[in-house]
Design a protein around this ligand. Sequence first.
Ligand SMILES: Cc1cc2nc3c(=O)[nH]c(=O)nc-3n(C[C@H](O)[C@H](O)[C@H](O)COP(=O)(O)O)c2cc1C
Length: 159
Amino acid sequence: MKILVLNGSPRPKGNTAGLVAGFVRGAEESGHTVTVAQVCRMHISGCLACEYCHQPGSGHERQCAQKDDMQQLYPALDEADMLVLASPIYYHGFSGQLQCALNRIYALDRPRRLRQAALILSSGDADVYEGAEYEYRRSFLEYLAWKIRASIPFAKPEM
Ligand SMILES: Cc1cc2nc3c(=O)[nH]c(=O)nc-3n(C[C@H](O)[C@H](O)[C@H](O)COP(=O)(O)O)c2cc1C
């Protein structure tokens, strides 16, 4: 299975990165191919709601008008069987950088092969995952009709 991880943490050696590394190790040991996109090192703007991607007969259906680093993720999203969203909790939601990338999936409507998803979250406090879990469940599992594989929340014990 091809797995695409979107890591929405800006800290290369942070808590989210540690969780992602553990996930990647286990997935690769199980024979899966994993690609990790470091979203915070990419230039990905928010969706402009221009609807360029959703004009039937235009010849540019499923294409985004914005030519930034999201263009690297569109083919990766279409090729992946599973998407993993990894993020620190910022104000009870995903990091802004990851949120921009997630909103831009709108251009594809539904990525071609994706059927499974997982969620990796890290936070300062325990029990602060409802916002991110709500978006994950409602937008990704229900709207896009994917199957859940796992949800891995993690609260830093020292805080
Ligand atoms: C802008 C910002 C907002 C945050 N908001 C929350 C929050 O609402 N709840 C919480 O428990 N932790 C919050 N945190 C703490 C981070 O979620 C936590 O430190 C996380 O483990 C950082 O992950 P990282 O090491 O991958 O960067 C916030 C941190 C930052 C920088």
